[in-house]
Design a protein around this ligand. Sequence first.
Ligand SMILES: [Zn+2]
Length: 174
Amino acid sequence: MDLIPSFSVDHTKIVPGIFESRVDDIAGNKITTYDVRVTRPNIEPCVDVSAMHSLEHIIATFLRNDPDWKDEVIYWGPMGCLTGFYLILKGNRAPKEIVDLLIRAFDSVKDSEEVPGVEPENCGNCCMHNLVYAKWYAAKFADYLKSNKDNDAIYTYPKTERLATEDGRQFFDS
Ligand SMILES: [Zn+2]
């Protein structure tokens, strides 16, 4: 089985930021997947799962309603490892070109009075939400992006020559 490209990233050296994960060409149109990494994998605690779920709902709603970006957004969703989100956009912008969008998206959480789409008809686990925690993580990440906007390290993944961890294991989670 081939290891997919994102596993060639050395996850022990990732800092929070916005990273190009992959670029696909679909019928001549470029589609870019970004890793929006909120916490340092394996170094600091991952995002609380209920906060992650609420951030998924609030930010997806923000992105799909933003007049300048809504037509560019294909997907926003959480990483299974709970350290960040996947964002899929039409086109192939550099991560730095979407930092202001993400600052606005995470800043929008602090003004949220409720999590959208939490009725049982709209959500697969409507009890698993936490707006207070979501606000805490969102404020922390928005502040981080603002103070590191001009730091190229938050846009560049540390690559590894090896496709396995130090002790020879391969990993199947991003
Ligand atoms: Zn849900």
